[in-house]
Design a protein around this ligand. Sequence first.
Ligand code: NAD
Length: 364
Amino acid sequence: NPWTNSIRSSAHIHRDNGISVLVTGAAGFIGSHVSLALKNRGDGVVGVDNFNNYYSPSLKRTRQSLLDFHGVYIVDGDINDYRLLSMLFNTVPFTHVMHLAAQVGVQYAIDNPYVYVHNNIASFITLLERCKVSNPQPAVVWASSGSVYGIQNKNNNPFSEMDRVDLPSTIYASTKRTGEEIARTYNRLHGLSITALRFFTVYGPWGRPDMAYFSFIKNILTGEPITMYRANRAKNHLHLARDFVYIDDIVKGCVASLDTSGKSTGSGGSKNGSAPYRVFNLGNGSPVTVPELVTVLEDNLKMKATKDVMDMCGNGDDSFAYVNISLAEKEIGFKPTTDLQTGLKEFVKWYLWYYGKPFDCDRT
Ligand code: NAD
C-alpha cells in the first residue's frame, strides 16, 4: 500500500503511555487543531479526510500541509469505505478514535438531506462496525452538537445534558441526535467506550468559512451590510445569542475526553458495567449576542460595520442558546479560559494573514 510507511511514521508514539489516535475529519477546522495538539504532546496520530468541497478544499489542503509539516499524515479517503478503515486499523492498533468527520452546516441540509444521512449516520455505523471488531477495541470520542437541543424555550436558562433532545429543528441536528442513539447502542451491545461531545459554536483561526462570524468580518472589510436578526419573542426584540467557544478550549476538552475515556470492554462489555458511555456539553457557558460579536470584530479591525436589523419570522424560541458546562468541568476538568475579545483578536489576526489585508484596513 502506498500509504503504509507514511501512516506508520505518523502513528509513531513519542511518549510512554502508548496512545495512538485515528482522527477522522483531520483536515477540518476542529480536526486539524486536535490532531496537532495530540501530535505535539507525543501521541501517534493518523488522520483521514475526504476533502469534500462543501467549503474551500484549498483551505483544507493548507491545513493538511501544516499537519504534514508537523508529522501528521492525513489519508485522503472516505470513512464510508470499510476496506479503507480496515487497512488503517490493520496498519496501526489505534487505542482511540477521535471522530470529527461530518457533513456540517444547517442551511445546506435543506436541499441535501441525504448527504447528511450518508456522512453523519451511515459513516458513523461503518466506523463503529470497524471499531467493534478491533482487538483491542479503541475508545471513541466523537462530535455531536449543541444543536440536538433544538427549539425549546428555556426562559433564557442554559441547556444541560439532562434537557430534552427530541426537538431538533434541522436535519443536521437530527443526524447528530441519531448518532447519539447509535453510539449508545454500540456501547450497550458491543462494550465500546464512547463519549459524545455536544460542541456549541466553535470559532478561531483556521475556522470554517461557512460560519456567520466569517461573513461578518468579510462584510466589515468590504463594506457590505451585516444583517442582524432579532427574535420578536414577547415583543422584547431580543437579538440572537449563541454560545461561542474558542477553538483552543474545545481542543482541551477533546484531549481531556480522550484521556478520561476509559477502556472498551468488548462485546457485552457494558453488561459488565465497565465500558463508559458519556455525553458532555462543551461550550463557553455564557451567551454572546450578534451585535456584541460584531462590535468586537469592529474594534479589532478599527472599522465600522454597516448593519441591517430585521425581525425573525417564527417564534424565535431557539434564538437564545447557551450552555451549562458544569458536568464537563466536574468529570473531565473542562474550563474554558479564552474570552471573546482574546479569541476574536486571534481570529482576526489569522484572517488578515491568510486572506490578505484589504487596502483600507489597518492591520496593526
Ligand atoms: P469541518 O467541516 O471543518 O470538518 C469536518 C471534516 O470532515 C471536513 O474536513 C470534511 O472534509 C470531512 N468529512 C466529511 N465527511 C467525510 C467522510 N465521509 N469521510 C471523511 N472525511 C469527511 O467541521 P468542523 O467545524 O471542524 O466540525 C467538526 C465536528 O464538530 C463535526 O462533526 C461537526 O458536526 C461538529 N460540530 C462543530 C461545531 C462548530 O461550531 N464548528 C459545532 C457543533 C458540532
